[in-house]
Design a protein around this ligand. Structure first.
Ligand SMILES: NC(=O)c1ccc[n+]([C@@H]2O[C@H](COP(=O)([O-])OP(=O)(O)OC[C@H]3O[C@@H](n4cnc5c(N)ncnc54)[C@H](O)[C@@H]3O)[C@@H](O)[C@H]2O)c1
Length: 262
């Protein structure tokens, strides 16, 4: 069967675990060269080993995606090994569990730097690489969140940063369309990852509930009555990263089991 990404080079940020890791596996199954970027050295190297076993070339890089210097150095390393970059998947992200009246400025800035500034920085460096190398049908796909479309109590910095990701996606889509580069975001609901488990632990306190009770409460608010798997989100991101999605740009599709409908 034809592989969607044969011979293409794909960068995934936040790739050591969670949705980023699930996406890296999907890209590898479709024949891509894989560049994994993450803060966590041990985890990113362990993930690289797992993905290499699928028979593709993997470059694991320890990068803080909020640092333009680290990103610039990482992109140089990618260019020296693969020259052109075909796909950028921005998956790195962090959440907060603090009311707006309580959140300190430093934490607010940290959330915006990881969730939003990183997307601007990576898109800038990768976009320039795609244009310089005349990459055909380049793709940028970013994980936003259902929280970009609805307010969530105790999650203000995250909601606002993800809403800004959707806006940045639209502008990037406009500015890169003439080069044939499409730019999209996906807006997942509750996805069963370690990040969400941490949210259950911390936000349940704000809601005055036990973590398990809070998890059940949130699941009960989803029309489909369950969490998404990381693979379900990664599957749609794979489609958006492939040439099957060449005419789709500037979108921010919600994948939330119906959560934002009610
Ligand atoms: N899990 C959910 O319910 C959910 C829902 C909607 C959106 N999202 C979004 O999906 C993305 C992935 O979330 P996840 O649940 O897989 O989270 P996760 O915490 O399991 O994985 C995130 C990864 O990003 C890395 N990372 C964090 N800060 C970084 C930095 N400064 N530089 C480089 N790497 C960094 C972490 O080390 C980690 O490996 C995030 O953008 C998140 O906001 C998650």
């Amino acid at each position: 069967m034809e592989k969607y990404l044969q011979g293409k080079t794909c960068i995934i940020t936040g790739a050591a675990r969670g949705i980023g890791k699930a996406l890296a596996v999907k890209y590898a199954e479709q024949g891509a060269n894989i560049v994994l970027m993450d803060l966590n050295k041990e985890m990113v190297e362990a993930t690289a080993k797992e993905i290499e076993a699928l028979g593709v070339t993997v470059l694991p890089l320890v990068v803080n995606v909020t640092s333009s210097q680290e990103i610039e150095a990482a992109i140089k390393e990618v260019e020296s090994q693969f020259t052109k970059i075909d796909v950028l998947a921005n998956c790195a992200g962090i959440s907060t569990s603090r009311l707006i009246l309580d959140i300190e400025e430093e934490e607010w800035d940290r959330v915006f730097n990881v969730n939003l500034k990183s997307v601007y920085l990576l898109s800038k460096y990768v976009g320039k690489n795609m244009i310089k190398n005349e990459v055909k049908n380049g793709k940028i796909v970013t994980i936003s969140s259902q929280a970009s479309k609805i307010g969530e109590l105790g999650n203000g910095a995250y909601c606002a940063s993800k809403a800004a990701v959707n806006s940045l996606t639209q502008v990037l889509a406009l500015e890169l369309a003439e080069y044939g580069i499409s730019v999209n975001a996906v807006c997942p609901g509750f996805v069963d990852t370690e990040m969400l488990q941490e949210v259950f632990q911390k936000r349940s306190v704000i809601e005055g509930k036990a973590p398990q009770e809070y998890e059940e409460l949130l699941k009960g608010q989803v029309p489909m009555k369950r969490l998404a798997t990381p693979e379900e989100i990664a599957e749609f991101m794979l489609f958006l990263s492939s040439e099957k999605a060449n005419y789709i740009t500037g979108t921010s599709m919600t994948i939330a089991g119906g959560k934002t409908l009610i």
